[in-house]
Design a protein around this ligand. Structure first.
Ligand code: IGP
Length: 260
């Protein structure tokens, strides 16, 4: 089993437990009663803005780097991203390898007005209802983990709940699947999750496959303004930056640099 499959399996197990304590029917009812987001679909809107948009990530640890932030002042970081000109915030909630927690998301939501991405390994509809209740305006759907039928039905569920979906691909085949299944936002992960190797060329190579009506996000391994300048010159709409911003003492300056 590769790391992605391991994460998918541990997530499935985690949700079996969760469903016992809070049944899907109840969660569904609560999510459907939530007041609609205003404006609608704020995550996509934030990425569609003129110029390069920056999705700033909050993560304590990762499988490739171990602990990234030991004190992890996530509320302060969220505020810094918002004040510093970030366009959206991605919050890791996966507990086993990223040391995420659902409450990071629900505590950040009322503090900042930026749209939030719930960064987790979505393997069941339960997580999508839950994301909405935690205050997210978008979820992650990883092509490598989901069947076509799953992706289609999860995209429809997101639409019904007023959530955006960032559909993650890593190669040509996954990118073509994401397009065919109706993704409105495609994120190409520059990190190969099987080898952890990062190559920004991955998103540059796949950019041409995606029509301009679909928002194109380049994810992972972005560190310098030279990186974002090159990505921007290839018509990439947004970047997702984690580790580098987490480690930076001047997050506002770094975001500004990325935006050029
Ligand atoms: O820390 P980085 O290299 O800037 O990467 C951020 C983000 O792209 C990465 O965390 C990520 C991309 N896709 C994922 C899927 C699950 C968990 C994490 C990720």
């Amino acid at each position: 089993m590769n790391i992605l499959q391991q994460l998918a399996q541990s997530t499935k197990n985690r949700y079996k437990g969760k469903e016992v304590n809070r049944p899907l029917a109840l969660l569904k009812e609560q999510a459907e009663l939530c007041t609609p987001l205003s404006p609608a679909f704020p995550f996509a809107r934030a990425l569609r803005k003129e110029g390069l948009s920056v999705i700033c990530e909050i993560k304590k640890a990762s499988p490739s780097k171990g602990i990234i932030s030991s004190d992890f002042p996530y509320l302060e970081i969220a505020k810094e991203y918002a004040i510093g000109g970030g366009d959206a915030i991605s919050v890791l909630t996966e507990p086993s390898l990223f040391l995420g927690k659902d409450r990071y998301l629900s505590e950040i939501a009322p503090l900042v007005s930026l749209p939030l991405l719930r960064k987790d390994f979505t393997v069941c509809p339960y997580q999508i209802y839950e994301a909405k209740l935690l205050g997210a305006s978008s979820v992650l759907l990883i092509c490598a983990l989901l069947s076509d039928a799953d992706i289609e039905s999860y995209l429809q569920l997101c639409e019904d709940l007023g959530l955006d979906a960032l559909v993650e691909a890593h190669d040509k085949q996954e990118t073509e699947r994401a397009i065919a299944l109706g993704a409105k936002i495609i994120g190409v992960n520059n990190r190969d999750l099987k080898t952890f190797k990062v190559d920004l060329e991955t998103s540059i190579r796949l950019r041409n496959l995606v029509p301009p009506s679909i928002i194109f996000v380049s994810e992972s391994g972005i560190e310098t303004k030279q990186d974002t300048r090159i990505l921007r010159s290839h018509g990439i709409d947004a970047v997702l930056v984690g580790e580098c911003l987490m480690r930076s003492f001047d997050k506002a300056g770094m975001i500004k640099g990325f935006k050029g």
